[in-house]
Design a protein around this ligand. Structure first.
Ligand code: RTP
Ligand code: MG
Length: 140
């Protein structure tokens, strides 16, 4: 299977509770490697741009407010089948539906404040990585 890259974010509810290391350990323990990482407190403009695909959803305003409410850790994860593997490690969007042992089951507070983001397809992964990182910042 080919080595793939995906984009991951540790959201403000998790950074506030000092869970960055615990979450990164779950990625590493499951065969993903952090090849780029930085901590950002995003502006409204950055959050609105990143989540533009959701701009007509009823939760958009709430989502942007939340993403600007504290620091986030943006990352590129690399590994076999990284996109699907990352989403498996994260668990379902709503922690109430997330499988045992997943990040969202363990740590997420609600469907909105759900600790992590992960790209859902190769095209969105490439686009999201490009949104936050220059090629020179990614070291495999
Ligand atoms: P993500 O994009 O963050 O990895 O999560 P996802 O694919 O599992 O969920 P998605 O449907 O893409 O939604 C993006 C983020 O919006 C927030 N959300 N809030 N209040 C609500 O009903 C609601 N639904 C979604 C979550 O933070 C979700 O991760
Ligand atoms: Mg999504």
């Amino acid at each position: 299977m080919a080595i793939e890259r995906t984009f991951s974010m540790i959201k403000p509810d998790a950074t506030k509770r000092n869970l960055t290391g615990a979450i990164v350990k779950m990625f590493e323990d499951n065969g993903l490697r952090v090849v780029a990482s930085k901590r950002v407190w995003m502006s409204r403009r950055q959050a609105e741009g990143f989540y533009a695909v959701h701009k007509d959803r009823p939760f958009f305003g709430e989502l942007v407010d939340f993403m600007c409410s504290g620091p986030t850790v943006v990352q590129v994860l690399e590994g076999e089948n990284a996109i699907a593997k990352n989403r498996e490690i994260m668990g379902a969007t709503n922690p109430a539906d997330a499988a045992e042992g997943t990040i969202r089951k363990l740590f997420a507070e609600s469907i909105g404040e759900n600790s992590v983001h992960g790209s859902d397809a190769p095209e969105t992964a490439a686009e999201e990585i490009r949104y936050w990182f220059a090629e020179t910042e990614i070291v495999g």
